[in-house]
Design a protein around this ligand. Structure first.
Ligand code: ZN
Length: 311
């Protein structure tokens, strides 16, 4: 027997515990789901993926850097799921699923909601599952010659065209996100540059302010992407650019690369089609910032902690 997380798009089958929703690993026998069986009807090939065991909680438990490590809900999560499948796929393969209804305490919960409360290792494994399942769904034909693709025969994670041999791999989109600081010109207090994006919505009050972020372009280094995005969005120049940490973000397949930098010069002029407002804010008087669990929060929290503020 082995276990799998069950997905329906970006939602995961979870069980209600006293501490919140937790992913429910479903037990199945390997013979139920045999990935190497080429006899499967094409439709059934969509929806089962193997996950990196090294991302599973058991490998990270002692070092998982999460504020939730001391929360006593881990014992309720005992299985180290090493695979994931879509709900439709599980049904098609007659995998015994737990009841999904209010009285069972089981339901599908959006990943965006879970990420706030899960340990990093588990969260990353779910993120990987979402991206791989979507990749399978979206990669059914050769993009060069339009022949239906098949799974690579070895353990390679690729879809292969039987006609022209083109290999299609899961795509990761690198995306930089930067926390820019400077001393307040009047008081010397540390300030951070925050921007209110149009995509965050104009109606919501109070408005949400985030960091400058954007996709890395073809042919660009990460550092160049930081400089370019900041120049494009707020017209300022930077110095002391340094990498801090990264986070996989499966909406749709981003790898967020977190940087910090120091303001060097220039007046803020916002790119109006992306931003509604941007400014340097004193750490003692921040607007509403992104939720815990996001790399934006982690970068801002790191600066707050360094300067003696509570994150
Ligand atoms: Zn082809």
């Amino acid at each position: 027997m082995t276990s799998a997380f069950i997905f329906s798009d970006d939602t995961i089958l979870c069980h209600q515990t006293s501490d919140g929703w937790w992913p429910l690993p479903v037990q199945y026998s390997k013979s139920d789901v045999d990935l190497n069986n080429d006899a499967y009807p094409q439709a059934y090939q969509i929806g089962h993926v193997a996950l990196l065991e090294s991302l599973a909680l058991i490998h990270w438990q002692t070092t998982a850097s999460t504020d939730h490590s001391d929360v006593d809900i881990r014992p309720t999560f005992t299985a180290q799921a090493s695979s994931a499948m879509s709900y439709d796929y599980a049904v098609a393969h007659h995998v015994a699923l737990p009841p999904v209804n209010e009285s069972s305490g089981n339901t599908f919960v959006p990943y965006r909601q879970l990420i706030l409360q899960l340990p990093v290792a588990l969260s990353n494994q779910l993120s990987q599952a979402i991206q791989l399942l979507r990749w399978q769904t979206d990669t059914r034909f050769c993009s060069r010659c339009a022949t239906p693709v098949i799974h690579a025969r070895n353990a390679e994670r690729a879809m292969v065209c039987p006609a022209c041999q083109l290999h299609q791999y899961p795509r990761v989109q690198p995306c930089i996100i930067t926390a820019i600081t400077r001393p307040n010109p009047q008081t010397g207090e540390t300030q951070i540059l925050l921007a209110h994006h149009h995509r965050h919505g104009q109606q919501k009050q109070p408005p949400l302010y985030g960091l400058i972020a954007g996709f890395v372009e073809v042919g660009e280094s990460l550092e160049h992407a930081v400089v370019r995005e900041v120049a494009e969005e707020v017209n300022i120049t930077l110095t002391d650019i340094r990498y801090i940490s990264s986070q996989p973000w499966p909406f749709p397949t981003n790898l967020m690369l977190g940087f910090r930098a120091t303001y060097a010069g220039g007046d803020i002029i916002i790119q109006e089609d992306e931003l509604a407002h941007a400014d340097f804010f004193d750490l003692s008087n921040l607007p509403k910032i992104p939720s815990k669990g996001s790399i934006a929060y982690e970068l801002i929290a790191q600066i707050l902690t360094e300067q003696g503020f509570e994150a």
